[in-house]
Design a protein around this ligand. Structure first.
Ligand code: ADP
Length: 560
């Protein structure tokens, strides 16, 4: 801007200077022309007096270096000329000034030279004898005048130029200085040029508007950060070239990075090829989904394109932990397959027996044994279905069952009493030790736990063996332990016996009736109570399974 003002001032000064120069030159030229003409007239009048008095003698010894004198007879013949031989000169009758002088007494004219650099001024006066005396002088043209004065003009021009530049520089700086000192952070406080007030007011208005928008954006950003920060799912927002714009803490943890990755390409942050594949699909405008392994877990990656104005401007990645979901699905599939398999065996047996009975091929004395077989298989199916119902009930959280104050000892006692007959039949002694032990729990589930553990202890025992059930109250937990002197569980089976449909020793399992669901039910029921299971077993030496329940609610209370 300073440069522009400087240039404008220089240009204006130059133009004014040039105009002034032309005007002054013109005025000077016209003034000097007027003076020259007056002088010429005066000289002509004086010389006319001389010639009238002295005649041709007046011209003797006359020396006029700058003027020319010509004396012309009334018929136009040149009688005398100060610069040329009068005899060689042509008739002057037709000259303009001579014509005027002959008719009015005075004549004046001017004529340009061939080069137009000079002009001649003529003044003529008629004498008393009718002849005419003419004075002429030459006058320079303006151009000649300019050329003649070129040296002083150049000096003046040079000085004017220097002066203009210095002044223009100082002036332009002084004009621009207040603009440079404007405080745009607080436009209303500036006392600058009056003409700038509307502009400063507008800037102030726009600043307020921007401030408002920035506050709104910040608020939105904070809301978004708060929402995405508390999400368990990972969320990454990327621009169309795959650069991370926003990432929440869950995604940072999953992709092994931190918030400093914002502004970097996702490819440089995490090299998972499947992640890149879904992202590039989304950036091509198609939503994509894929399940990928991350940190020993399975994550479903949902990549959706962000479309604005009909064009893909970025993508959003959502990482959802689906490990449990997948496991549950696998379990459900396996469960269905196992249920079908387990039901098929007794059904085949029942159907076989039924078919034989129907065809009358069974001897009358064998009918009872066939009936017994059908009954026991049907019982097995009933047990299986009961266990499945219990398990699915537990899977759903058993929310319809109410927690209440219960006595774990009384529950164990009920289980022991109901299994006493079976223990006796198996030749196993069944004992219960302990004392009333209060706790908060679901009586039905605690009953199932005790019954299943005791049932197993009797089933997987040997004739003459024992089963000891004890209920104790510790500092932090109450504990139910079922120990037996049975066959024990080999080490390799111990990790699996709580799985659904898992049955330990296959050859032995066939002989002992069971569904493979008993311990799964125990595990689930204990989990619902927030308790834990401890197993200690050795083949041939027996098994002890202890379940403990935390008793913080029961603390400081007496059972009554
Ligand atoms: P089942 O209906 O077969 O008894 P469970 O889930 O109750 O099913 O038990 C799973 C497996 O664990 C059994 O098949 C058995 O091999 C083993 N098991 C459970 N309790 C005992 C125990 N007290 N002694 C030895 N093995 C046991």
């Amino acid at each position: 801007m300073t440069k522009r003002i400087f240039r404008s001032i220089c240009l204006a000064a130059g133009a004014v200077f040039l105009a002034s120069l032309i005007l002054i030159m013109g005025m000077l030229y016209s003034y000097f022309s007027r003076v020259q003409r007056t002088q010429l007239r005066t000289q002509t009048a004086l010389a006319a007096c001389g010639v009238e008095n002295l005649g041709a003698d007046y011209f003797d010894g006359l020396d006029l270096p700058s003027n020319r004198v010509t004396w012309i007879s009334p018929d136009g013949t040149v009688l005398y000329d100060s610069q040329a031989d009068a005899r060689d000169m042509e008739n002057h009758l037709q000259r303009e000034e001579i014509q005027q002088a002959l008719s009015t007494g005075w004549g004046e004219s001017q004529r340009w030279s061939v080069t137009l650099l000079e002009r001649s001024l003529y003044a003529a006066k008629r004498l008393e004898d009718g002849s005419v005396l003419r004075f002429s002088t030459s006058q320079n043209s303006v151009l000649t005048l300019l050329l003649g004065m070129s040296q002083p003009i150049v000096i003046v021009c040079f000085l004017a130029l220097i002066l203009s530049i210095v002044l223009a520089m100082r002036l332009s700086r002084r004009i621009v200085a207040p603009l440079n000192e404007l405080d745009l952070d607080d436009p209303a406080e500036n006392e600058c040029y009056e003409e700038l007030t509307p502009l400063l007011r507008r800037i102030r208005g726009q600043q307020k508007e921007l401030q408002l928008q920035a506050d709104r954006l910040r608020q939105k950003q904070n809301e978004l950060t708060a929402v995405t920060g508390s999400m368990r799912e990972g969320m990454v927002l990327l621009n169309k070239s795959g650069m991370i714009l926003s990432i929440n803490p869950a995604a940072c943890a999953l992709l092994d990075t931190d918030r400093r990755c914002v502004g970097r390409d996702l490819l440089t942050v995490n090299r998972n090829l499947e992640l890149q594949a879904v992202l590039s699909k989304a950036l091509d405008g198609t939503a994509a989904e894929r399940t990928i392994p991350l940190h020993d877990r399975r994550f479903q990656v949902d990549a959706s394109p962000v479309v604005s104005g009909g064009e893909v401007s970025g993508a959003v990645l959502l990482l959802i932990d689906v490990t449990e979901k997948e496991q549950a699905e696998t379990m459900r599939r396996e469960f269905t397959a196992n249920v079908s398999h387990e039901l098929r065996t007794p059904l085949t047996s029942i159907s076989g027996c039924g078919e034989l009975l129907k065809s009358g091929l069974v001897k009358p004395e064998d009918v009872a044994s066939f009936g017994e077989n059908i009954y026991s298989e049907a019982q097995r199916m009933v047990r299986l279905v009961d266990d499945i119902i219990s398990l699915s009930h537990l899977d759903e959280g058993a929310e319809d069952l109410k927690r209440e104050r219960v006595d774990l000892y009384a529950i164990a006692q009920t289980a022991v009493q109901s299994l006493a007959g079976r223990a006796e039949a198996a030749g196993v002694t069944l004992e219960l030790t302990g004392r009333p032990t209060p706790m908060e729990g679901i009586p039905q589930l605690l009953g199932e736990i005790a019954a299943n553990l005791c049932d197993n202890a009797i089933k997987y025992n040997r004739p003459g063996g024992w089963v000891r059930v004890s209920v104790e109250s510790g500092k932090d937990a109450v504990r139910l332990t079922v120990a037996d002197s049975g066959i024990g569980i080999p080490q390799e089976h111990q990790a699996h016996i709580f799985e659904r449909f898992y049955r330990g020793d296959k050859s032995r399992s066939k002989a002992v009736s069971g569904t493979g669901l008993g311990l799964s039910i125990v595990k689930h029921a204990v989990q619902i109570h927030g308790g834990k299971i401890d197993l200690s077993s050795a083949p041939g030496r027996g098994t002890a399974i202890a379940v403990s329940f935390p008793i913080e609610q029961a603390k400081n209370r007496t059972f009554g």
